[in-house]
Design a protein around this ligand. Structure first.
Ligand SMILES: [Zn+2]
Ligand SMILES: [Zn+2]
Length: 105
């Protein structure tokens, strides 16, 4: 049985196919952390690019993690707050790949 309610902003991740139940402001997949370029201002869904946004970096703040996403279509970089139910392994992976990048510079 499929219990996939469409009341909020549920969506199917176009990167990994996970069914994501939206919390109202969720804008990325908690499994692979991909997002989609749909906002000009956070939450407005006014962007027409609709490219997939790849997680490229992570930042730790007092309020939690901030994920940096880069649009694969137009290249814009946006920062999004990580959610509590985001895949921690992916967050760690992101943090590690970021450290590797820094080392190479
Ligand atoms: Zn996904
Ligand atoms: Zn874009």
């Amino acid at each position: 049985m499929k219990r996939f309610s469409r009341r909020k902003e549920d969506f199917v991740c176009e990167h990994c196919g996970a069914e994501v139940s939206g919390s109202g402001y969720t804008n990325h997949c908690p499994k692979c952390l991909y997002s989609k370029h749909v906002d000009v201002m956070p939450g407005d869904r006014a962007e027409e690019c609709h490219g997939m946004m790849r997680p490229i970096g992570i930042e730790m703040t007092r309020d939690g993690y901030i994920i940096e996403h880069q649009c694969e279509k137009c290249g814009v970089v946006k920062r999004n707050k990580a959610n509590e139910n985001d895949n921690f392994e992916e967050l760690l992976h992101l943090a590690r790949s970021q450290v590797d990048k820094l080392k190479k510079c």
